[in-house]
Design a protein around this ligand. Sequence first.
Ligand SMILES: Nc1nc2c(c(=O)[nH]1)N[C@H]1C(S)=C(S)[C@@H](COP(=O)(O)OP(=O)(O)OC[C@H]3O[C@@H](n4cnc5c(N)ncnc54)[C@H](O)[C@@H]3O)O[C@H]1N2
Ligand code: MOO
Length: 503
Amino acid sequence: MTRRGVPGRPDVPDTEERYVEEALAVVDDSGGRGRQEVRPGHRSEGRRVLEQHDLDVEEALALVRGLGSHAARHSGAEDPVHVRQGGGDTSRTRSGHSATSWPEARAAAERAARSVPRREPVAVPLDDALGLVLAAPLTALTDLPAFDTSAMDGWAVAGPGPWAVREEDILAGHAEAAPLGDGEAARIATGARVPPDTTAVLRSEHGRTDDKGRLHATAPAPGPGRTGRTASTVAHGQDIRPRGQECHAGDQLLPPGTRVTPAVLGLAAAAGYDTLRALPRPRVDVLVLGDELLTQGLPEDGLIRDALGPMLPPWLRALGADVVSVRRLGDDAEALHQAVASSQADLIVTTGGTAAGPVDHVHPTLRRIDAALLVDGVKVRPGHPMLLARTREDQYLVGLPGNPLAAVSGLLTLAEPLLRVLAGRAAPEPYVLPLQDSVQGHPHDTRLVPVVVRGERAVPLRYHGPAMLRGIAAADGLAVVPPGGARLGEDVELLDLPWAVAG
Ligand SMILES: Nc1nc2c(c(=O)[nH]1)N[C@H]1C(S)=C(S)[C@@H](COP(=O)(O)OP(=O)(O)OC[C@H]3O[C@@H](n4cnc5c(N)ncnc54)[C@H](O)[C@@H]3O)O[C@H]1N2
Ligand code: MOO
């Protein structure tokens, strides 16, 4: 296996040390072999793998057992028992924890959004409409151009030349000039209305006036090496943009469902719109949990900076959301209950508190309000404790794990499909790229790995541990690495980052 991006980690956290121990212990027990049969070097191999790849116990197990990532994929040795739950593809691991497969979790989030009663379209001023989805066709309110227009700076002319040139110039933005008589010309600017009876516009570089002030059409002298200009003629209609050339009033310019881009805003304005009928942005309340979080300064005394408060709101906006509030609630179960119970948002996003620690209040809060847990853990790394719950008929809660890259994983797995459907946006075309390096897989779970795209290849990045943002901050997207891993050159699906797409 090609090893890339092995960060020079100074030490391995204690928990990972324990994972190696556990992994080795299970190898001893489940393999029916005595501890003395574990090959020398297994322990250091397991630790090395953990150090280099931020793997967990199951991956370490697969490796110390001598199962390569692809062997693990097919071994079935650690396959969880599959159970069907609510039509979803879930599995129950040895610990009894029920987790949904990664593709099914995304599908469940889409289904959840589809089950919400249709949200009424709203009229949105152009300035606020970027990123929304049109709820009605964009129909031209005017002909475009709205009048016959000069395409060039030059002269409006009537009939064949030479022409007598009128004194007044015709500029853009003025009322229609008097009709031209046959043999008459008037200086005209690009975008100005051509006067009635104009037969063509002569570009300024294609005409010259003689000493009597008469205008002649000229063209470059023909033949190689010839300089100067010769007399010429002007084709009928030349350099006039006729009224209605682009569209007529009533023409459908764009269908409903079109995403409002800067170009759509420009077209809408040109076609006469001040507001657009669009689906409203789904409203989101963000609740950041954790007593250990600082909002400024350096980490100290066991406290760390809140990385999710600054990261999530703009990310959610890029996914189409209207972030109504961002609140830091600490580890206060009552405050969390209050915030969830009183939220008027379409979606509540919590961060942290999804696991089973003493101050992990998300599950108890959901039980307290009798929410329906649709996804409770996903077979994805990082981020497997993520969850999706229906809190009311028309309100959902996505619980993102506290580890920052795990939170990104939850955002893309559950919040992105949900917001996309609520916002009426189309699913992105799936696309794949070959990997520049092989990527170690998890035996049973999908992995989301930050990558940069170089040429036509996805280059996996270092620093992809669940608590790290260094990789994703430099990434163009996330590679979806199937259970068991992916080899060098193998095609993997890529998830775009919303700003990478928006440019
Ligand atoms: N017994 C188990 N413990 C844990 C499991 C498990 O399966 N069993 N899963 C681990 C995994 S994987 C993850 S991910 C985390 C998820 O934990 P929570 O969602 O409960 O999150 P916290 O415990 O509150 O925080 C985890 C970690 O992240 C840091 N954090 C939290 N919020 C922020 C923030 N806004 N900005 C930066 N960092 C944040 C927090 O300090 C912790 O270090 O659970 C594992 N445990
Ligand atoms: O592995 Mo957790 O899911 O750290 O992200």
